[in-house]
Design a protein around this ligand. Structure first.
Ligand code: NAD
Ligand code: TYD
Length: 336
């Protein structure tokens, strides 16, 4: 089977490409990625020369290129991850989120319709459901109520994907996962940013009162969920993935500091994110019962392993924390 992974050079995509090559030895993987600031060819550099893997640098909004990839690679299935993925950047510059996440998704759906695929997995997020109060969980029936330009663009793309399933009978499955952590995550997201700052004795910027809650899942568990959705999902269905590991942000930050042996005096409370969602928490019963999926990683051990990865791979993140990233960091945190 020939599988197109979009955004395979990003955090979840690069972990997923490795997982697929290991778990499905008969599959060939084509990774199409624009290599934006968040994409890093180095993440999969060791796969160069592997006959079961091809990298194509390109934009999902480029219809001609996408059609060419479907035609020449005879794509049977798509795992669509390419996106602008960071809420804070979507608050600073929303337009690119609409372009990539909404229009880019439609270009891919159209190509999948034209050339025909057995499965189109549209990789979305629990953020499309908006914010929860202190109790309750997101189920697949929870109404969409996105609050940031990022989550609104993802919700829009979910609706487009489901419309293609409904109207054109495209075999679409939509997945909605909670916050991921693990190796190769760009250090603009909470956990790697806190690790990288702590290791350099820089302030750890905690938004608001630090009591916002996220439900954390290891990136490999998400990847296994995507594989299960591809192989066992039902056309037109939505599946939530989460590992039932709700944590307050401030507790994660303190845990990171303990793991790297740095003092809590590095914590700096900063002005809250505008429109900051208070709590996310996932009910993944449907994926567990219908896809036979379950997370394998416990949060405490997997966080410790993630911190060790960033300690040992300091070169990886130090190289990418330069140039464009420094400008972003100043814009995001400078006046706070
Ligand atoms: P990421 O930002 O690390 O990676 C995104 C990748 O997409 C990068 O390699 C980038 O170069 C590529 N890309 C961006 N625009 C592109 C374009 N126009 N054409 C081709 N490639 C392009 O993101 P991630 O955290 O790996 O997230 C991947 C997907 O999973 C996204 O769709 C995101 O919405 C979803 N998701 C992420 C999380 C999370 O916690 N990180 C949780 C649930 C869902
Ligand atoms: P993030 O990793 O950006 O993921 P998302 O907003 O998609 O959930 O942020 C996770 C949580 O951490 C969120 O509540 C915002 C908070 N946060 C901080 O407190 N400080 C930071 O510097 C960052 C990046 C995030």
């Amino acid at each position: 089977m020939n599988v197109l992974v979009t955004g395979g050079s990003g955090f979840i995509g690069s972990n997923l490409v490795r997982l697929l090559l290991a778990e499905r030895p008969e599959w060939r993987i084509v990774n199409l990625d624009k290599l934006t600031y968040a994409g890093n060819a180095e993440n999969l550099a060791d796969l160069e020369g592997n006959p079961r893997y091809r990298f194509v640098r390109g934009d999902i909004c480029n219809g001609e290129l996408i059609a060419d990839v479907f035609r020449t690679e005879k794509i049977h299935a798509v795992l669509h991850l390419a996106a602008e993925s960071h809420v804070d950047r979507s608050i600073l510059s929303p337009s690119i989120f609409i372009e990539t996440n909404v229009r880019g998704t439609q270009v891919l759906l159209e190509a999948a319709r034209e050339f025909g695929v057995r499965r189109f997995v549209h990789v979305s997020t629990d953020e499309v459901y908006g914010s929860l109060g202190p109790t309750g969980l997101f189920t697949e029936q929870t109404p969409l109520d996105p609050s940031s330009p990022y989550s609104a663009s993802k919700a829009s793309s979910d609706l487009l994907a489901l419309a293609y399933a409904h109207t054109f009978k495209l075999p679409v499955v939509v997945t909605r996962c909670s916050n991921n952590y693990g190796p190769y995550q760009f250090p603009e997201k909470l956990i790697p940013l806190m690790i990288a700052n702590a290791l350099r004795d820089l302030p750890l910027p905690v938004y608001g009162d630090g009591m916002n809650v996220r439900d954390w899942i290891h990136v490999e568990d998400h990847g296994r969920g995507l594989l299960a959705a591809l192989e066992k999902g039902e056309d037109g269905q939505v599946y939530n993935f989460g590992a039932s590991s709700e944590r307050h942000n401030i507790d994660i930050v303190k845990q990171v500091l303990r793991l790297v042996g740095k003092p809590e005096s590095l914590i700096k409370y900063v002005t809250d994110r505008p429109g900051h969602d208070r709590r996310y928490a996932i009910d993944s019963t449907k994926a567990r019962t219908q896809l036979g999926w379950a997370p394998r990683h416990g949060f405490e051990d997997a966080l410790a392993a993630t911190v060790r990865w960033y300690v040992e791979r300091r070169q990886w993140w130090e190289r990418i924390i330069s140039g464009e990233y420094l400008k972003y960091y100043e814009k995001q945190y400078g006046g706070r």
